[in-house]
Design a protein around this ligand. Structure first.
Ligand SMILES: [Zn+2]
Length: 219
């Protein structure tokens, strides 16, 4: 048992860490040792939301070293923009594709996404282009404005629609990166979309031909 001063971190985190050390780390110590010595070789990159309820490692029940994850507000991929600015998602993508040579990229969206809600509901959640989130969510502003204006849909339907449209949008933006486009055309990289319903645990997977979200067979 690692001895840590109890005043360093929130108590729940320290308790969790101790459970991790006596449970998962103890059970998988050999795997951690191998990963430390040989480096990581994940075959899949997951681009997920920061939302605390939609952690891809938990949803996909993955082992250490199995998936390379980048999380941001509303699991968005910005378009390729080599403009000298700071691009955290793009740099993670570049590393995953060019250095780790992942074979799959999954854009994982989820229900009740706060970022998507903010993009749709500008009255109750005002976003300004001068705010970081406002600027970030402007990536999906055209779709958000179109959907927000659709009074035939309920607010829940609008929310789910934009959550799924933004996944397709992010996949389109992935293809604006030359390294992704080239490898996908060579058949060495596959792009996927998925949407997780946090209330039921259902996972809906994007049909790559139609863009529709369907329940995987056997589920
Ligand atoms: Zn979210």
């Amino acid at each position: 048992m690692t001895d840590l001063p109890d005043n360093d971190l929130p108590h729940a985190l320290l308790t969790g860490y101790r459970n991790f050390m006596s449970g998962r780390f103890a059970n998988e110590s050999l795997r951690y040792k191998e990963l430390a010595e040989q480096g990581q070789t994940p075959e899949t990159m997951v681009i997920a939301c920061c939302d605390s309820r939609a952690a891809p490692e938990i949803i996909f029940d993955t082992r250490p070293g199995e998936i390379f994850v980048v999380r941001n507000v509303a699991n968005l991929v910005p378009p390729y923009a080599p403009d000298g600015e700071y691009h955290s998602t793009s740099s993670a993508l570049e590393f995953a594709v060019q250095s780790l040579k992942v074979k799959h990229i999954v854009v994982l969206g989820h229900g009740r996404c706060g970022g998507i809600k903010a993009a749709l509901d500008s009255e109750s959640v005002p976003l300004s282009p001068s705010d970081f989130i406002g600027k970030w969510m402007s990536l999906v502003a055209p779709a958000a404005e179109t959907i927000a204006a659709n009074t035939l849909m309920t607010s829940g339907e609008r929310q789910t629609a934009l959550e799924r449209i933004s996944i397709r949008y992010s996949i389109a933006n992935l293809r604006s990166f030359p390294c992704v486009d080239i490898l996908e055309k060579k058949g060495r990289l596959t792009l996927h979309g998925a949407w997780f319903d946090i209330s039921t645990g259902e996972l809906w997977v994007m049909d790559r031909k139609t863009g529709d979200f369907i329940r995987p067979s056997g589920e």
